[in-house]
Design a protein around this ligand. Structure first.
Ligand SMILES: C[S@@+](CC[C@H](N)C(=O)[O-])C[C@H]1O[C@@H](n2cnc3c(N)ncnc32)[C@H](O)[C@@H]1O
Length: 250
């Protein structure tokens, strides 16, 4: 997977590219991250890209021509690329979209600033517009890191143990089970006995039950959305914890 990022703040990405799991993935060439300074495509000596909005009002808008030229130039530098424009009005990022994006070989991520991009960037380039949630960030850089980190985790080899990715929240339409480590007791709270039993079947059962329980109580919306994907055993548990969430209930 290769990521290209177009931003006016390339420096944000320096530690991101070199730290932790992603840093190791870059080092091992499992993923590539090229960060491009949008200002390199400015057509003036001040490297200015923003201008006042037509119709007036507060804030500035990123001009379309330098962005369109930059995207086309970056597109030509490698394999076929899917372009993601970060925008609060975009499709909401969830694990389904992350999996879809992880199926690409190359993603170009456009980070807005100020009031965002001139609308013609979207009209002409027709990128996938993606939001990371119903709130407003100062710019697309943090959102780009969210998208890249979530997608990179799905690239084989990036996360050492593939089982840990398969068991993450959302992957099977459920929240993850609780986890414990040493010490055995913290302020009177003990690690559940079953996790110390050494009985792997019982541990797996307990984890599944706790995952289902967490999902029905904290995120019932996930149950409704993912019902068709659940195996019979998960459906049985959902009926036990929250019969009202069963869409097949007459
Ligand atoms: C200050 S925001 C612009 C907000 C815009 N005026 C609005 O109300 O929709 C500047 C840039 O940050 C990024 N951004 C802000 N919030 C975002 C979100 N929830 N998801 C994705 N990108 C976001 C986008 O790239 C956006 O162009």
């Amino acid at each position: 997977m290769h990521f290209d990022v177009l931003t006016i703040f390339p420096e944000f990405f320096a530690p991101f590219r070199t730290t932790g799991v992603l840093g190791r993935a870059v080092e091992r060439s499992l993923i590539g991250i090229d960060v491009h300074d949008m200002r390199d495509w400015a057509d003036n000596k001040w490297r200015q890209l923003d201008d006042e909005p037509y119709g007036g009002g507060p804030g500035m808008v990123i001009q379309a021509p330098p962005v369109i030229t930059a995207v086309r130039e970056i597109e030509r530098r490698g394999d076929r690329v899917r372009t993601v424009l970060l925008s609060p009005r975009g499709r909401m990022l969830d694990q389904t979209l992350v999996e879809e994006l992880a199926g690409e070989t190359r993603l170009l991520v456009l980070c807005g600033r100020y009031e965002g991009f001139d609308e013609r960037v979207a009209e002409i380039l027709e990128p996938d517009e993606v939001s990371i949630g119903d709130y407003i960030l100062g710019g697309g850089e943090v959102a780009a890191m969210v998208v890249m980190e979530a997608v990179a985790r799905l690239v084989p080899g990036v996360v050492g143990d593939p089982e840990s990715v398969a068991e993450d929240s959302f992957v099977a339409g459920l929240l993850d089970h609780p986890s414990y480590t040493r010490p055995l007791e913290v302020e009177g709270c003990e690690v559940p006995e079953v996790l110390r039993s050494g009985n792997h079947a019982k541990i797996a059962r307990w984890r599944l039950e706790r995952g289902v329980e967490a999902t029905v109580t904290r995120r019932p919306d996930l149950i409704i959305k993912n019902w068709d994907r659940y195996p019979a055993e998960v459906r049985r548990l959902i009926r036990r914890y929250a019969p009202g969430l069963d869409p097949e209930r007459g």
